[in-house]
Design a protein around this ligand. Structure first.
Ligand code: BES
Ligand code: ZN
Length: 697
């Protein structure tokens, strides 16, 4: 016999006959027994005739006798005639004896759940205070776990307002998306009432209950910003707090829309599944992504904190104010926040040269997307269980990279103007990928949709082969695959090039398989200027030799040196170039001192050593000498001890360079590391072992 609810099973989305408008949620977590009780009243708009209300719930004990619906138009409350759970689809089905009247009504339910240890839904995290272990209660709802805390229409497009009330021990701090309006104390318990939120998606609702310290500041337009940390560690929150205030001010200008809530809290959670989560007005972080300790953290940690904060705050606009219509467009959230976090970090810390490090995003995206098992940026999502998989380098890194490519194609100013239009147009609402393209197309007058579809709707990317023929530059694209196997895919490639100097630039939209450009004989030709494109370039022998010369004579920017190297390495690993070619190119980096380039050279050296050790072990010793020779020069220049006023990148580079030299068995480095380790053992406060060189030692 078919189950009574078979109509609702196995569907990717909830049926649309009723939509939620407002949630009134009351939760009472018990931090000792790890159980929570809850009541929710949901204002629902019934838009087509139905006997059923179908929403999400999972791992909750819903009290069937508590389920009722009170239409606004009638004085009578309707009891549910049946309450069913479909476990595999995480659905709660409420059935009534008769069809519900159209219009608004209130659905009431009470339920019970466990504060689980799975770091999703409503969960417990453990912290220590005065040597004693305590539980705190925390939520993590993205992508689809709000349903583990209260029954709800748990889809990003089902936006509603949220009024939250918490019953908690009176000595604890209770936080949610909005500010507290009132606290009522009764013995050991207190009831904390929060302001009602603007309309938002369920995955952004958040609650935290525990004991914390905080530091506080505010933006120039009066938004209160706090950074909550473990008791006694609030000093470590100061850096993130300062970044948050500056970033909020910056995004307000960039999007030309103010931050929508009256406050922003950020909090470090000891047990946390992701790096950070952009809950509206209450951003949660893993401790190492929020806290920065001047004395014990390395320079790279500082940068990481800034990037993570800038990323999560970008979501307050891009994601929270304007939300993806469905998870297929998740990349828009994550790719965009990733890209714009570099824009913010660059504005706040120009001395970091952060765009040179954006290359790591692109390189990682290219690496994963070069596999035949890759997937397109936009993916169909047919079940909640499929969503987790797409939080990957394709959504984040390829996503961020193609956004950067588009920005550089249509120009920074036009791009910003279009984004501001998009945010205003879809504020408090939902958008799809094509909605963003439409606004960008309208503002820029460029064929954005056609161009971008070729990058987001098929997997992979092209390698553009360039050769000189009869005073012309011939270009030809083909699908770059690590396995080398062919495919017919083609892209619309925004090609940029510079010839002999950065003042001599060209752009060209490669729409077909091949094309050609007339250019005068030049000292060198570099395609993909500044590496803003998501493609690889393969130069013919003549152009390759000219580029090596340009590198040796210091004519190329660090970013472009990085690009030439990374492309050749990728071509080498996919057997489209020889190892000899790669080593010849690497030799032209003898005098390299830039962090980004050296960092990539270091990574490449590890990989080459591993491949050679496997394939031709007799070459290993010579290769070791070759790389030691290459890295000795910049390492000697930097030395072991930081210099006062040196750049943040030099500090990071020191650790990486000394580590690779140690791994390669460089004697001086090994001896010095041992000397410093001994000094540290004799005196834990020895100045010989600062954070940046600790790992190598
Ligand atoms: N929205 C994500 C957090 C998330 C990730 C939720 C996966 C659910 C599943 C957040 O904005 C994010 O992207 N966090 C990153 C850090 C960021 C700086 C790349 C993370 O957690 O690594
Ligand atoms: Zn994100």
């Amino acid at each position: 016999m078919a189950s009574p609810y078979s109509d609702f099973k196995g569907k990717p989305r909830l049926p649309k006959f009723a939509t939620p408008k407002r949630y009134d949620i009351r939760l009472k977590p018990d931090l000792d027994s790890c159980i929570f009780n809850g009541i929710v009243s949901i204002d629902v708009d019934v838009v087509s005739s139905t006997k059923y209300l179908v929403l999400n719930a999972a791992d909750l004990n819903v009290d069937s006798s508590s389920v009722s619906f009170k239409p606004k138009s009638s004085s009578q409350e309707l009891r549910a005639s049946g309450v069913g759970l479909i476990e595999e689809d995480e659905l709660l089905i409420v059935e009534f004896a008769e069809e519900l009247p159209l219009g608004i009504g209130v659905l009431n339910t009470s339920f019970q759940g466990t504060l689980n240890d799975q770091m999703k839904g409503f969960y417990r995290s453990v912290y220590e205070i005065n040597g004693e272990k305590k539980n705190m209660a925390v939520t993590q709802f993205e992508p689809a776990d709000a349903r583990r805390c209260f029954p709800c229409w748990d889809e990003p497009a089902a936006k509603a307002t949220f009024k939250i009330t918490l019953d908690v021990p009176s000595n604890l701090i209770a936080l949610s998306n909005m500010p507290v309006i009132e606290e009522k104390k009764e013995g050991d318990l207190k009831t904390v009432y929060f302001e009602e939120s603007p309309i938002m998606s369920t995955y952004l609702v958040a609650v935290v209950v525990g004991l914390f310290d905080f530091v506080e500041s505010s933006t120039s337009d009066g938004i209160k910003v706090r950074c909550y940390c473990q008791v006694g560690k609030s000093d470590q929150g100061k850096f993130a707090l300062e970044v948050a205030v500056k970033t909020l001010e910056l995004y307000k200008k960039y999007f030309d829309v103010p931050y929508a809530l009256p406050k922003l809290d950020m909090i470090a959670i000891p047990d946390f599944a992701a790096g950070a989560m952009e809950n509206y007005g209450l951003v949660t972080y893993r401790e190492n992504a929020l806290l920065y300790d001047e004395k014990h953290s390395a320079a790279a940690n500082k940068q990481r904190v800034a990037i993570v904060v800038a990323h999560e705050l970008a979501h307050q606009w891009f994601g929270n104010l304007v939300t993806m219509e469905w998870w297929t467009h998740l990349w828009l959230n994550e790719g965009f926040a990733t890209w714009v976090s570099y824009l913010a970090a660059d504005a706040i810390f120009p001395e970091w040269n952060i765009w040179t490090q954006f290359l790591d995003q692109t390189t990682d995206g290219l690496r994963l997307d070069g596999l035949s098992e890759s997937h397109a940026i936009e993916v169909e999502i047919n079940h909640a269980s499929e969503i987790d998989e797409i939080f990957d380098a394709i959504s984040y890194r390829k996503g961020a990279s193609v956004i950067r490519m588009l920005q550089s194609y249509i120009g920074a100013d036009t791009f910003q103007r279009a984004l501001a239009c998009y945010i205003k147009k879809y504020a408090c609402s939902n958008a799809k990928t094509e909605d963003l393209w439409a606004v960008l197309e309208e503002v820029s007058g460029e064929p954005v949709k056609e161009l971008m579809n070729s990058w987001t709707q098929q997997k992979g990317y092209p390698v553009v082969s360039v050769r000189v023929k009869d005073e012309k530059l011939d270009l030809e694209q083909s699908h770059f695959l690590l396995s080398g196997s062919p495919s017919d895919s083609q892209w619309i490639v925004p090609i940029t090039l510079c010839c002999g100097s950065y003042d001599n630039r060209y752009s060209y939209l490669l729409k077909e398989k091949s094309g050609s450009l007339g250019i005068k004989d030049a000292a060198y030709v570099k395609l993909n200027v500044d590496q803003t494109g998501f493609y690889r370039v393969k130069y013919d022998e003549e152009l390759g030799a000219k580029l090596r010369h340009a590198i040796e004579s210091g004519q190329l920017s660090a970013t472009d040196r990085f690009g030439v190297l990374d492309d050749l390495f990728a071509l080498c690993t996919s057997s489209q170039q020889s190892l000899i070619n790669l080593l010849t190119l690497i030799a032209s980096f003898r005098e390299e001192t830039e962090y980004t380039v050296l960092s990539n050279l270091i990574n490449i050296s590890y990989k080459v050593m591993r491949i050679v050790a496997d394939a031709t072990p007799e070459l290993v010793d010579n290769l070791r000498k070759f790389f030691i020779n290459l890295f000795e020069y910049p390492a000697l220049k930097l030395g072991w001890d930081s210099k006062s006023g040196e750049s943040h990148l030099d500090a990071t580079l020191r650790g990486e360079l000394l580590t690779v030299l140690a791994e390669l068995g460089h004697e001086n480095t090994l001896n010095e590391a041992i000397r410093r380790f001994d000094a540290f053992c004799a005196d834990r406060d020895s100045p010989l072992l600062p954070p940046d060189t600790r790992k190598v030692v």
